[in-house]
Design a protein around this ligand. Structure first.
Ligand code: BGC
Length: 416
């Protein structure tokens, strides 16, 4: 009898393990804008419903450079967070250092291999083992417009090419508005340059430069032309762009002060958070000259090696992130597409539906390519080499010719 009771007690403990009060996750991320915070709440609530406490560790700064610095110091101190929002090659670098957990058991039980697009699995696995859970698919080649200003200018559809887009900004300026809402930070300039590069040199050239790191393509007349196109864009931003956060630039479009912003679809999260309706209050176009191409980046939660006492909560988090219901609820708020191929677009707005359809078509047609600016084209050191030169050009510290040469030199060093 006594033995039976002990067994009953033991199995009750085992069954309740996922909901133990002390289960908690410490999550490091850079989702600090209004729309991003709303998206984080979706995840936090999902975990709290399972009895897992969320310890928030936000480190502001798009594309995660500041966050990665904090991760480095935490890992060096032997105290990694449970989970870290991470992009592309950053995940692979941490995995190479043996810092990430093995999620194979959860992935296998839930069939992740069959539902996560291959382009994302490339970054979510190391040596064939799952080390992180993908949350979404964002892409950078978008234009977000002010519906009011477009109406006033009589613009009813996206222009045919990049020059046509700049022409809209000029006309907006003539009508008394700011042409382009721009946030002057290196990662934002690099993000805009993803699109400018494709609009100038095409997808094959983009791949040669940012994926293959072909020296002749990097320091080339096409690169100089692309930088000069960025210079034309630069001439249409307002005087106060320097240092401006991306979401403050988005707010300039939401408030109908500026005609448009070129930014990843996390910008849509800001419009939604402000109660704006896609296709009415704002439009989402692919950057003219890049239609058909999708320059993607995917946020993932890389799971760090933590003590056994934290592993249960970590697995709960990975499982929550990958659930179809969560992927829908979260990505509607975040502005991104789900990281699973088996979820419906029914509940997404017009821009969300377009994003999901574009992604599917690009994946099938071979025009899905990793965003250079967002760490999906190459290793972090290479990304920084490009973005430093792009920003130096943007701020008038280098000519286009000098910037092209600088890129070739610093990218070569970054590869060593
Ligand atoms: C991330 C997005 C985030 C954006 C701005 C990007 O690097 O992928 O999730 O919203 O930065 O913070």
């Amino acid at each position: 009898m006594k033995k039976l009771m002990t067994l009953a007690l033991l199995s009750a403990t085992a069954l309740t393990a996922p909901a133990k009060a002390e289960d908690s996750v410490e999550v490091l991320h850079w989702w600090t804008s209004g729309g991003e915070a709303a998206a984080v709440s979706v995840l936090k609530d999902a975990l709290q419903a399972k009895g897992v406490t969320w310890n928030d560790m936000p480190v502001a700064g798009g594309s995660g450079e500041a966050a990665m610095t904090v991760v480095r110091s935490r890992v060096t101190a032997g105290n990694p967070p449970t989970s870290v929002q991470m992009l592309g090659y950053d995940i692979l670098e941490w995995a190479d250092q043996g810092a990430l957990s093995n999620l194979d058991a959860t992935a296998k039980a839930e069939g992740w291999d069959d539902v996560v697009p291959q382009a994302l699995q490339f970054f979510a696995k190391s040596d064939g083992h799952w080390v992180s859970a993908p949350v979404n698919v964002h892409s950078t080649n978008w234009v977000w417009t002010s519906g009011k200003i477009m109406e006033e200018l009589g613009v009813t559809e996206a222009p045919a090419d990049f020059a046509g887009l700049l022409d809209i900004a000029k006309r907006a300026q003539d009508a008394g508005y700011i042409g382009i809402a721009h946030g002057g930070q290196p990662w934002q300039e690099a993000t805009v340059f993803d699109s400018v590069a494709i609009a100038t040199g095409g997808l094959d050239w983009y791949k040669k430069v940012f994926v293959e790191l072909d020296q002749d393509a990097i320091n080339s007349p096409t690169m100089i032309e692309a930088l000069n196109n960025l210079g034309e864009y630069r001439a249409l931003v307002d005087d106060n762009f320097s240092g401006r956060d991306w979401n403050l630039a988005t707010a300039m479009v939401i408030n109908d002060q500026a005609a448009f912003q070129i930014m990843g679809d996390w910008a849509k999260g800001e419009f939604v958070n402000a109660g704006e309706v896609a296709g009415e209050d704002f439009q989402c176009w692919r950057v003219p000259g890049t239609e058909g191409v999708v320059t993607f980046n995917a946020d993932q939660f890389a799971m760090f090696n933590v003590g056994d006492d934290r592993k249960n909560a970590q697995a709960e988090m990975a499982s929550s992130v990958m659930s179809p219901e969560f992927q829908v609820a979260f990505n509607i708020v975040k502005g991104s597409a789900p990281a699973r191929i088996d979820v419906s677009d029914a509940e997404f707005d017009a821009c969300g539906k377009k994003g999901m359809a574009d992604l599917k078509a690009a994946n099938a047609g071979g025009t899905l390519v990793g965003s250079q600016a967002q760490g999906h084209a190459n290793r972090p050191a290479v990304k920084t080499a490009f973005s430093d030169a792009i920003t130096a050009f943007f701020n008038g510290e280098l000519t286009a010719e000098e910037a092209a040469e600088e890129m070739a030199d610093t990218v070569a060093i970054a590869q060593q």
